[in-house]
Every structure is written in structure tokens, then in C-alpha cells.
Design a protein around this ligand. Structure first.
Ligand code: LLP
Length: 428
């Protein structure tokens, strides 16, 4: 009896034997799994597509470092002329080390410390996206000590529903991000009291993995109305930062991402007549679909109710499915057609939440099979941990048939470096 007659189900032929011209079986045999692989060409294509869409506008793309902060990725962004959107001193240092000029770096986030503000001022970053009055005063204080002028934009919370997962929605009034237009209005009215902060920009970022243009349009129209009001009141703006949030395709045949040209058209329409600089902070859009997580099947476990496909990757490597119930397509690397089977795809971590997919139809798998978890280039490795004492995975950059290891697999010693027995007891 051959395999096909045993299974009265369609064959699944979708597979990914190669990525950016690199044979994935050979790569995984050489470097081991779990392994993150990123396509340089796929990233360049996204950058070029967005740049083309922005043609004719005075716009700077500030890549959101948090999406994928590997140094090689940042270097690629820097070489393409991009700036960076950072949210910590660590990200600042990564961006600078990768060659992204400070003049193209913007600093967002609700919890900037005075030390971080000072470090950013010393580096000479372009602008702070300010999220509270307390932070505005902190920047004023730190810049006064340094005797410098800090450039600042108010992050507006436009109270718009981004129609995405609640945990990655940031533009509702109930969210911790930004300030209301009413509050921002007061900041500008009292702007002359700021001696070391040049408050001349607006910023808005309503959320992530947005697949609908309407929330962007609504948020930008609210920001645009405020910009016009400010201009009329004698507060011209140097820049408007439209944030990130462009969604990507995690589920083939289901997710319908927004086209970059359509997205930029919304910006063009909403901000028509604005003669300052536009800043964009895409993260996911540039890198998500340019990355896969290669993982091997450890075993198949027949549970009493479900069939489990146990992988050597886990929630510590890719947290998105556990944290947001996010869907990631999973495909075999080998191209032979196989009958379909249904699995709960899980990792070895001791949590029921360590599940990549439930009831997923996949080509029938056997121990040792290599799989590619797709759409893993953004918020994959950058959110990885060593939970369950699993060392961090390796990362590799692919470029037209070649590969370069851009993070070697963490060793046990590296994982525990810094820990020590409690011996030098001291009083604080
Ligand atoms: N700008 C700001 C101020 C942000 O907070 C973010 C993302 C971005 C830009 C970039 O957004 P993107 O273009 O990547 O959507 N871990 C979550 C995503 C969290 C996004 C946080 N902020 C996930 O895996 O879906």
C-alpha cells in the first residue's frame, strides 16, 4: 500500500528548500537548529519598495530596532541610508555601533531614564519622541546641564483603534503611550518656558501588525488637523513622525497586507502641504517576511486527544504564538509531496503555552525532519530568552547563495556568565 492510498487527504506541496539561494538542509546540517535565517535580498527589496513609494517626499525611514536588533541587520539598514527608532540606551549603542549616524536616530518610549536621555544627548541624536510632561521636564533638566538644545516631538495619542491585537495596540486613550491633543496643545502654548528643548515635532504610532488603512488614515487626519492648528498659532513644525505599524503576511492566502504605495498615499493625502520632514518608523514590515526559524522535529507524540509534533524550537526562541496567539506558517524544507496530517506543534518548554500552532494541517512529519517557521524575521530573536536554560539560537544572514553567521549559538558558559554563588555578602 503506498502512502497516498492510506490517506484520503490532499497532498501539501508547499515547502521551502531554499531561501535567498541558500540550500536550507545543508545550512541546518552545518549550523544546527534552532536557527534563525534572514534574507538580505528580501530586506533590501522591502527597503527599496518603501523608498520608491516615498519618492519626492522629504522623508527619513527610521527602522524600529526592536523588531530585529542583530548588528548585521542594523548594518544593512545603515548602508541603505536608513536611520533608527530606538527605545533604550542599549538600542542606541547597537545602532551607533552598526554605523547608523546619530543624526538619523529618534528615541521613543515611555520610560526613558535621565541616564539614557544624557547618553542620547551626548551622542547627538536627532530627536526625542516625548511621551509625558514628566519626561519633557527631564529632558529639559538634562539638556540644561549639558548646555545643549534637545529636539523633541510630542507623541500624540489620537485615541484610534488600530484593529489589531490588544497587546500591540498603542493608540487608544487607555494605552500608556503618548498624550492627548489637549495636553499637547498646552505643551506648545508653554513652549517658551523650555530653554533647552526645541519642541517642534509631532509623533504618532498607533500599533503594530495593522492590516487596514482606515486606522492610519484616521490617526493621521487627527494629527494633521493639530499640525494646522499649531501652524496657525505660530508654532511651525520641523517634522512629523508617522510611526510604524505596517502589517505583514503571516498566513498565506489569508492576511492581506497593505501595499506600501497605498500606505504612503494616505500619508501624502493627510499631510498634504506639510513642508517639514516626514519620519517613518517601520520595523516588522522591513524584516518579518525576510526571516525564518529553522527547526527539527524531535518526535511525534500521540496524546490521548491530540497528536503533538515536538520541535527543537520553543517559546523561548519565538514567543509570538504563545504571547499573542499569533499564526506563523510552518512549512517543511524538503519538497517531496506528502499526505497531510494534523498536529499541535509544540516546543520542549514546560508550559502548555509553548505551542506554535494547534490543529495545524501539515505534511506528515517524521523525527529529524527540518521545518521552516515563516515570518520570523521580526520580534523573533529580539524577544528570545534563555527560559528553561535553553541557550539563545544562532542567526545567519543569507545573500544570494552565500551565508554569514551573524550570531553564533550561545554556549552554556555564555548563558550563565554573570551568575555567581552568594558569597560576598554586604550591607547596602
Ligand atoms: N515605533 C514605535 C514607537 C513602536 O513602539 C514600534 C513597535 C514601532 C515603531 C515599530 O512597529 P512595527 O512597524 O514593527 O509594527 N512584539 C510585538 C510587536 C510590538 C511592537 C512594539 N512597538 C509582536 O511580535 O507582534
Amino acid at each position: 500500500m503506498n502512502v497516498s492510498s492510506r490517506h484520503d487527504k490532499p497532498f501539501v506541496a508547499t515547502s521551502q528548500p531554499e531561501f535567498d539561494g541558500v540550500d536550507l538542509q545543508a545550512l541546518a546540517s552545518r549550523l544546527g537548529t534552532p536557527l534563525y535565517a534572514y534574507s538580505a535580498n528580501a530586506i533590501r527589496q522591502r527597503i527599496d519598495g518603501l523608498k520608491t513609494a516615498l519618492d519626492g517626499l522629504d522623508a527619513t525611514i527610521c527602522y524600529a530596532v526592536k523588531a530585529n536588533s542583530n548588528r548585521a541587520i542594523l548594518q544593512l539598514m545603515g548602508e541603505a541610508g536608513l536611520g533608527a527608532d530606538i527605545v533604550s540606551a542599549g538600542e542606541l549603542r547597537r545602532a551607533l555601533d552598526a554605523g547608523i549616524p546619530a543624526a538619523r536616530i529618534v528615541f521613543s518610549g515611555v520610560g526613558k531614564t535621565e541616564d539614557e536621555i544624557d547618553t542620547a544627548l551626548a551622542a547627538g541624536i536627532a530627536r526625542f519622541n516625548v511621551e509625558s510632561l514628566d519626561e519633557l521636564h527631564a529632558i529639559e533638566r538634562v539638556a540644561a546641564v549639558r548646555q545643549v538644545m534637545a529636539n523633541a516631538a510630542v507623541r500624540i495619542n489620537p485615541d484610534v483603534d488600530a484593529l489589531t491585537h490588544a497587546k500591540i495596540s498603542t493608540g487608544r486613550a487607555e494605552n500608556k503611550f503618548g498624550v492627548s491633543i489637549a495636553e499637547a496643545r498646552r505643551w506648545f502654548a508653554e513652549r517658551s518656558q523650555l530653554k533647552h528643548v526645541r519642541l517642534d515635532g509631532l509623533h504618532v504610532h498607533i500599533g503594530s501588525q495593522i492590516l487596514d488603512l482606515d486606522p492610519f488614515r484616521l490617526a493621521l487626519h487627527r494629527v494633521a488637523a493639530f499640525w494646522r492648528e499649531l501652524a496657525a498659532a505660530g508654532h511651525p513644525l520641523a517634522s512629523i513622525d508617522v510611526g510604524g505599524g505596517l502589517g505583514v503576511r503571516y498566513r498565506a492566502g489569508q492576511d492581506q497586507p497593505i501595499d506600501a504605495t497605498d500606505y504612503v498615499q494616505v500619508i501624502r493625502e493627510a499631510l498634504a502641504g506639510f513642508d517639514g520632514r516626514l519620519l517613518l518608523e517601520p520595523g516588522r514590515y522591513l524584516v518579518a517576511e525576510a526571516g525564518i526559524l529553522l527547526t527539527r522535529v524531535l518526535r511525534i507524540k500521540e496524546g490521548t486527544e491530540r497528536r503533538f509534533l515536538v520541535l527543537d524550537a520553543a517559546m523561548n526562541d519565538l514567543l509570538r504564538p504563545s504571547l499573542y496567539d499569533a499564526w506563523h506558517d510552518i512549512v517543511p524544507v524538503s519538497p517531496e509531496p506528502r499526505p497531510t496530517a494534523t498536529y499541535d506543534v509544540v516546543g520542549p518548554v514546560c508550559e502548555t503555552g509553548d505551542t506554535f500552532a494547534r490543529g495545524r494541517a501539515l505534511p506528515e512529519c517524521a523525527p529529524g525532519d527540518l521545518l521552516a517557521i515563516q515570518g520570523a524575521g521580526a520580534y523573533g530573536m529580539s524577544m528570545a530568552s534563555t527560559y528553561n536554560s535553553r541557550p539563545l539560537a544562532a542567526e545567519v544572514l543569507l545573500d544570494g547563495g552565500r551565508y554569514a553567521v551573524v550570531r553564533r549559538r550561545q554556549t552554556f558558559e555564555e548563558m550563565v556568565a554573570g551568575e555567581q554563588p552568594a558569597q560576598d555578602w554586604q550591607a547596602p
